[in-house]
Design a binder for this molecule. Structure first.
Ligand code: FAD
Length: 439
């Protein structure tokens, strides 16, 4: 049978050892945890083994609470070993926007959460000695149009007093010191933004959680969760577990077990490719200062070099309903080659995806509902925030006042008729792309 031209073009884009597993799994393969019998009861049961769940479990286990983490797939199989490893403050709405919605005090508290999440994750990996390539490399945030650059420049020059961040403005004429393309209209450098290897970070976190004495049950989904006495009983395929406290940490994989939460998060596919290794000289031309990069489009592209400086790790939202990384890979490659024609013939070695969770107000949310603690809705930007809110959730389970966050002040909204299936997504993405095209 003859291949179609498109299929042929696609196949030449992939290396012979092409994989749909995340690139990070090469160095941090999915661990094999020994299957142990489930305890009949624990103090704290955490649903989900990503950054949120593990950070919550670390706090409760270290405080002496018997803690069990349930994971429906393999440990860390969700976003937490699939992401781009770019670290920001993770708060999308501006201070002005949040002030209009919630008042100035809440807006300030929410922005402080974002700054604290960024600061805290650096301190955490350092204090824990987690070897994950963490570095405060700074972010080049590129303007996709002259108008976008103007907005960035004005925002950078008029920051909210008390919430200023270190920003360098990079005009188009000088952007080659940051990026090897003429496709942008300048940008800004956010100096405190950071980078890590998501697989190694998750692996380090996992070891510390196990060392703290928590149990982790893989391929063991939480089923029905019912209240009993002053606690809960959680059904699993391996039997029921009673728990005094339950933490829901399922983010973009939130399902019918927690319908109230499912109505509040919008699962969206996010896609990444890694290229085959390239000579370091070429990669240094493309991202000379080894920063993380994102752009100002609503349907954003974000990229960075691999920790060894030889590959491009290029991510974005390319597909409206597609979840096959063999189809999304070439689309991302096309965008990468548009920005960097020098990479047009560079092949894709890995292409993968995962589900992030958006929310209707583009804020992460944490709190308690029906007696269960939760933290989720990082809107595609959760390396620092999921870790931080997981840690804070653990503190709230312990009854500590440090567990309180500014984000709790924003109501976790849903919309009429929304039950967890984002039927409106394709139309929204198409509309945002159209807006991006207008500059
Ligand atoms: C492709 C991609 C790129 C990204 N890039 C970045 C980036 O560069 N920077 C950034 O800050 N963020 C990024 N993110 C987002 C970031 O990875 C997430 O916000 C973060 O990992 C969320 O962590 P989490 O622990 O809340 O969720 P997850 O890591 O997704 O974990 C949730 C877990 O819950 C489990 N689960 C669901 N239901 C059940 C159940 N009933 N029982 C048991 N377990 C259950 C799931 O299997 C899953 O493992 C990216 C995400 C993706 C997918």
């Amino acid at each position: 049978m003859t291949m179609t031209t498109t299929a042929q073009a696609r196949s030449t884009l992939f290396t012979d050892d092409f994989s749909t597993d995340p690139y990070w799994w090469e160095e941090s393969p999915r661990p094999q945890l020994p299957a142990q019998p489930l305890p009949a009861s624990v103090d704290v049961l955490v649903v989900g083994s990503g950054y949120t769940g593990l950070n919550a479990a670390l706090v409760t286990a270290r405080a002496g609470r018997s803690t069990l983490v349930l994971e429906k797939d393999r440990v860390g199989e969700g976003c937490s070993t699939r992401n781009g490893g770019q670290i920001s403050t993770s708060v999308k709405p501006s201070f002005g926007e949040l002030s209009r919605r919630h008042g100035e005090a809440a807006a300030r508290a929410i922005h402080m959460d974002g700054r604290e999440a960024l600061r805290w994750i650096g301190a955490f990996v350092r204090e824990e000695g987690i070897d994950c390539g963490f570095s405060v490399c700074g972010r080049f945030h590129a303007a996709h149009s002259a108008r976008a650059f103007d907005v960035m420049r004005k925002d950078a020059q008029n920051q909210t007093p008390g919430l200023e961040v270190e920003i360098d403005i990079v005009p188009r004429a000088e952007q080659h010191r940051e990026i090897g393309t003429d496709a942008y209209h300048g940008g800004i450098v956010l100096r405190r933004h950071a980078v890590l290897d998501p697989g190694r970070y998750h692996a380090g976190l996992l070891h510390r959680v196990l060392d703290a004495g928590a149990g982790i049950a893989e391929r063991c989904p939480a089923g029905v969760i019912r209240r009993e006495g002053d606690g809960f009983v959680v059904s699993t395929p391996r039997g029921d577990v009673a728990a005094r406290d339950v933490v829901i940490a399922t983010n973009g994989y939130t399902g019918s077990v927690t319908p109230w939460l499912r109505r509040r998060v919008i699962p969206i596919g996010s896609y990444v490719i890694a290229t085959e290794p390239m000579p370091r000289g070429i990669m240094r031309e493309i991202i000379p200062r080894d920063r993380i990069v994102s752009d100002s489009r609503r349907v954003v592209y974000y990229y960075r070099l691999s920790p060894d400086g030889t590959r491009m790790i290029f991510g974005g939202r390319v597909s409206q309903g597609e979840t096959d990384p063999r189809a999304s890979g070439p689309l991302l490659h096309g965008e990468m080659a548009r920005l960097f024609p020098q990479l047009a013939k560079t092949r894709i070695s890995h292409s993968w995806m995962g589900f992030v969770a958006y929310t209707f107000d583009t804020l992460a949310h944490t709190g308690t509902h029906d007696g269960m603690h939760y933290a989720m809705g990082y809107c595609g930007s959760g390396v620092s925030m999921a870790s931080y809110l997981g840690m804070r959730t653990g503190q709230r389970v312990l009854g500590l006042k440090e567990g309180r966050t500014g984000l709790e002040q924003a109501k976790f909204q849903t919309r009429p008729l929304y039950t967890g299936n984002p039927w409106f997504l394709a139309a929204s993405v198409a509309y945002y792309r159209w807006l991006d095209g207008r500059g």
